[in-house]
Design a protein around this ligand. Structure first.
Ligand code: NAI
Length: 310
């Protein structure tokens, strides 16, 4: 099997001063890519001084013979981050929308500011960086985008109404952008990682954290960043070295027809929720509207409940 090379790739990674983003940056730096390390944070150095975390990662890449530049803007200023890539390396091939923060609180305690900051970093940040890279991708008919969601966005999580809403939005954005980019060879995929970083160090026991190496997540991101990757619009859970694709399942469902009442809905509710029949999935691109259209003739004339036509 040939080694995945990233020679001549320009890769922008947001929030790459620490955690997962840092590992992505080090990996791509060691595989020939020119890396833009974006992060607005800082770190304490062993000598007690503080330094910009993006600079520390850039230094580490350069020491190992790689090429990288730092950018310190917030992801909300995506055009400045993409400009750093274009000014330094002339183009951008891959955008990894990774930067993220938490503001966990039970919903009863959540304040507007906790809500707003999460939307700004995760959603506005992803929008802003992607919007700036998009015309470049369209023009060169090549682009790879990896968006970072979370199990919290796919399943919900106590104390994360703000974060899970944003992370679910990242899922929706991925689905639409992947459709719009398809014919331009722009592939957009989404991961929901679980890995040992500063974000999770207090959330999992130490022996479990030891298994959840960031390096595993990096390998998945590497494939989705490569030109060989044809996957588009995929959503993947990556918990340590466990990787699985995720899709929504729709029960067979029921048409209620003109006799539809709340009482009838109550009576038939179990049938609506029954996954034992012919189920459909969102990766088949069959929306509920297409099911209605399939059954349109029967829908117009039928007086009682009936199952959809597939
Ligand atoms: P981390 O906290 O270790 O690193 C995140 C980095 O993003 C930090 O260096 C921070 O300075 C930077 N950042 C924050 N706001 C920024 C902004 N406005 N502009 C630029 N940089 C900014 O977090 P970790 O764990 O590496 O998370 C990376 C991504 O993965 C995040 O989107 C997070 O929500 C997601 N994620 C991580 C999980 C995990 O298990 N570690 C679980 C699910 C999702």
């Amino acid at each position: 099997m040939s080694k995945l090379s990233f020679d001549n790739y320009v890769i922008v990674i947001t929030g790459a001063g620490a955690g997962l983003g840092k590992d992505y940056a080090l990996y791509f730096g060691s595989r020939g890519a020119k890396v833009v390390v974006n992060d607005l944070g800082s770190v304490k150095l062993p000598d007690g001084q503080s330094a910009r975390s993006a600079d520390v990662v850039v230094e580490e890449i350069k020491k190992k013979g790689g090429l990288a530049v730092a950018n310190y803007d917030s992801v909300e200023d995506g055009e400045k981050i993409i400009k750093t890539a274009v000014d330094s390396f002339g183009k951008v091939d891959v955008l990894i929308n990774n930067a993220g923060i938490l503001r966990d609180k039970a919903f009863k305690n959540l304040e507007k500011s906790d809500w707003d900051i999460i939307m700004r970093v995760h959603l506005n940040g992803m929008y802003s960086c992607t919007k700036a890279a998009w015309p470049i991708f369209l023009k060169q008919k090549f682009g790879r985008i990896i968006n970072v969601s979370s199990p919290s966005g796919l399943y919900g999580s106590f104390g994360q109404a703000n974060y899970s809403t944003a992370k679910a939005g990242i899922y929706g954005f991925t689905k639409t952008i992947s459709k719009e980019g398809e014919k331009y060879n722009i592939r957009t995929n989404c991961i929901a990682p679980v890995a040992a970083t500063a974000m999770t160090e207090n959330l999992m026991p130490k022996d479990l954290l030891a298994l959840m190496k960031v390096e595993y997540i990096t390998l998945v991101v590497a494939y989705f960043s490569h030109k060989d990757c044809e996957e588009n619009g995929g959503v993947f859970e990556v918990a340590g070295s466990f990787v699985a694709k995720v899709r929504f399942q729709r029960s067979e469902g029921l048409f209620f027809g003109p006799g539809f009442t709340a009482e009838k809905f109550k009576e038939e509710f179990e049938k609506v929720c029954d996954f034992g029949g012919k189920c459909t999935y969102n990766d088949e691109d069959e929306t509920s509207l297409s099911l209605v259209l399939n059954s349109f003739e029967k829908f117009k004339s039928n007086k009682t409940c009936f199952k959809p036509k597939f």
